[in-house]
Write a protein of this length. Structure first.
Lengths: 498, 188
């Protein structure tokens, strides 16, 4: 072994590990090493392995400031989409129970919620998903290492276990899919000591109790939404606007609904300091007019010394259309990519296409346009395409026609629920067929409603197609194909049922 | 079967001897067990390390033709029956290097069927009065070990004898199926 090492020493600065792990190409340990075992990383590595590549995926969860950690699967599985949607469902069920009385169900007394029961069930489900992912990697013959990855050079990754043991892997290509983590505001004393983030909330064993949510992104509003829904006293502290990046008229409807249903809002406020009182409660001092957000996990990767270009403002990796970075053989995608949507489905698709390209099986690039999404606030908001303001910017106010409608879900009638914010907006080009530029829907099951329309959008649907489509009755979705009142007309957009 | 177990559970040590005859009369299977035991012990002895021969010999003497079992045996067999695997070394020591055949119960706290199978397995193993042991492996705590043994769905039960996997099953089994599975492992 020693003789072999010495021989190799001439053309490779390596240790004996390389000799032991020589693969068929003879040069690198792996065809592909993926750093990050989240939605994107797992999809990419499995696809690559299926195409015959020798792949390793490194996943490591740095505990949160509060010490929370989790298993394989990334943000979506552990501290994002999955637990979020389940807690959202818990909250919706609470509302449904209240509605149930109006529908004849005999429910004696007030119904209260037990956090511990919900948390345990959700956490158990997440653990089953961690396991499922582990088994999948095994089945698809992807080597999995629970190590913290660090790039040594464009073909070498160093992995560090929790105990500090080092592993070196060499690869023909390296893909970075480490995503992001919540970022504490550094200018608010007490925030880090006393505050928690979305990393922690889903893993709490005990109810958080009365909560102040600092921020008004979709993460903040979704959390505030389900906390209110399960009966907790919740306030949202908003610096300037809610749901930045989304259609602002709709954002207003979403927050109006939340306010009507019990979430308190502190508009145009930022926390100044957080103190812990002798009672154990936290005291937040605020002022009118800075907050948390998510920051990319690039620091620990060693990207700076490799010359991988990062965006100065966001710290995210600057990418080409093919997910390439400024360094050959190093690619990146998912939440860590500058300008990329922070969504699981786009990360998965981009990862698969990247794997195919790297294996030489395809040249298809990821299409980041027309990506539908849904915000799972108490009043859900689904959309695909441009916001009204973005469409106006691109085509001019006179170049677009906005069809809209305020509708009332049938289920709300008997339940005597306020539907003032249930709304549909279809933003179209004004001329010709009136190609749909953006579609927006607020109401129950917005995600389910929007998914189908996203396909129409992808096919280049125009308003004329909507007119040709027969609605399914009685549904909320049918109101989308029935939309006919324009904003331009100034007419009352409230539509009645049949 | 449960009636017999109750009998065993509730037995005060003073009455152990008197009731053993009753147990043997009802539990027809066990007659065969006791008869076959020396043979099965010999099988175990041959496939495990020589150091264990001492203990197996001692065990055989417990089941001598006079059929006088010491009073404490039911208690020890029930107490020492199942254990939670702590780490890889523990697994090697208590499962791979075990003189007894060992059932390894791979389970998870999020797995509903595991919670049903667990007690059933304990019952089936307890019936064997110390002829088989059971190791419990929480796959979230010992993921690598579970993956090493090819576990994908839970519950998965692997039977090991002399360090080799001799049998396995996935999913829930009822009491009778478990009894025959365990009996097969012991070697009847």
């Amino acid at each position: 072994m020693a003789a072999l090492c010495r021989g190799r020493h001439r053309w490779k600065r390596t240790n004996c590990l390389y000799v032991v792990k020589r693969n068929l190409t003879g040069k690198y340990d792996y065809d592909l090493v993926v750093v990050g075992g989240g939605s994107g990383g797992l999809a990419c590595s499995k696809e690559a392995a299926q195409l015959g590549q020798k792949v390793a995926v490194l996943d490591y969860v740095e505990p949160s400031v509060k010490g929370t950690k989790w298993g394989l699967g990334g943000t979506c599985v552990n501290v994002g989409c999955i637990p979020k949607k389940l807690m959202h469902q818990a909250a919706l069920l609470g509302t449904a129970v209240k509605d149930a009385k109006k529908y004849g169900w005999q429910i004696s007394g007030p119904v209260c919620h037990d956090w511990a029961t919900m948390a345990e069930a959700i956490q158990n489900h997440v653990r089953s998903l961690n396991w499922g992912h582990r088994v999948q990697l095994q089945d698809k013959k992807v080597k999995y290492l629970n190590v913290k990855g660090n790039l040594v050079d464009e073909h070498t990754v160093k992995g560090l276990t929790k105990a500090g043991k080092e592993t070196i892997l060499t690869a023909k290509n390296i893909v970075i899919a480490t995503g992001g983590r919540p970022k504490y505001p550094t200018n608010i004393p007490g925030a880090m000591e006393h505050g928690i983030t979305s990393d922690d909330i889903f893993w709490l064993k005990k109810s958080p109790g009365k909560t102040l949510v600092v921020g008004a992104s979709y993460v903040a509003l979704e959390c505030a939404g389900f906390l209110t829904g399960i009966g907790l006293d919740t306030t949202v502290m908003v610096r300037s606007i809610a749901l930045r990046g989304f259609d602002q008229q709709i954002a207003g409807l979403v927050t109006d609904y939340m306010e009507t249903y019990g979430t308190k809002f502190a508009w145009s406020c930022v926390p100044k300091r957080v103190d812990k009182l002798s009672s154990g409660a936290l005291q937040v001092t605020w002022t009118d007019t800075q907050t948390g957000s998510r920051a990319p996990e690039t620091k620990a990767l060693g990207l700076d010394k490799l010359g991988v270009q990062l965006n100065d403002e966001t710290g995210k990796i600057v990418l080409g259309a093919d997910e390439s970075t400024s360094v050959p053989n190093i690619y990146a995608f998912g939440d860590i990519g500058e300008g990329r949507p922070e969504l699981t489905p786009t990360a998965i698709k981009a990862g698969k296409l990247l794997a195919r390209r790297l294996a030489g099986q395809s040249t298809e690039l990821m299409n980041y346009d027309n990506v539908p999404t849904t915000v799972f606030t108490p009043l859900e908001y689904g959309c695909v395409g441009l916001s009204e303001e973005e469409a106006e910017k691109r085509h001019g106010k006179d170049g677009i026609e906005v069809y809209h409608a305020f509708y009332k879900p049938l289920e709300f009638t008997v339940a005597e629920r306020d539907a003032s914010q249930c709304y549909i907006k279809v933003v179209c080009e004004r001329a010709g067929d009136q190609k749909i530029l953006g579609l927006h829907f607020t109401g129950p099951n917005a995600g389910e409603v929007t998914q189908g329309f996203a396909m129409g959008f992808q096919c280049g649907a125009a308003y004329s197609h909507l007119l040709q489509t027969v609605g399914i009755h009685p549904t909320c979705a049918e109101e989308v194909v029935k939309v006919n009142i324009t904003k331009r007309s100034g007419l009352d957009a409230t539509v009645t049922g049949c | 079967m449960s009636v017999i177990n109750d009998l065993l559970c509730n037995r005060r040590s003073a009455d152990v001897m008197a009731h053993r005859l009753l147990v043997r009369r009802i539990w027809t299977l066990s007659m065969k067990d006791i008869r076959c035991h020396p043979a099965s012990t010999a099988t175990i002895a041959s496939s495990s390390f020589s150091t264990s021969l001492q203990s197996t010999t001692t065990r055989v003497s417990f089941l001598s033709p006079s059929r006088t079992l010491p009073r404490s045996l039911p208690h020890t067999s029930r107490r020492a029956v199942s254990f939670n695997v702590q780490d890889h070394e523990d697994f090697t020591e208590r499962v791979i290097n075990s003189d007894l055949p060992v059932l390894v119960d791979f389970h998870a706290q999020w797995c509903g069927p595991c919670k049903i199978l667990g007690p059933r397995l304990e019952k089936a193993v307890a019936k064997q009065k110390g002829r088989v042991a059971m190791a419990k492996v929480d796959i979230d705590d010992h993921t690598d070990l579970a993956i090493e043994y090819g576990v994908s769905a839970v519950p998965t039960v692997i039977a090991m004898r002399g360090g080799d996997v001799v049998d396995h099953f996935v999913g829930i089994k009822d009491d009778d199926e478990l009894d025959s599975f365990v009996s097969k492992i012991i070697g009847q």
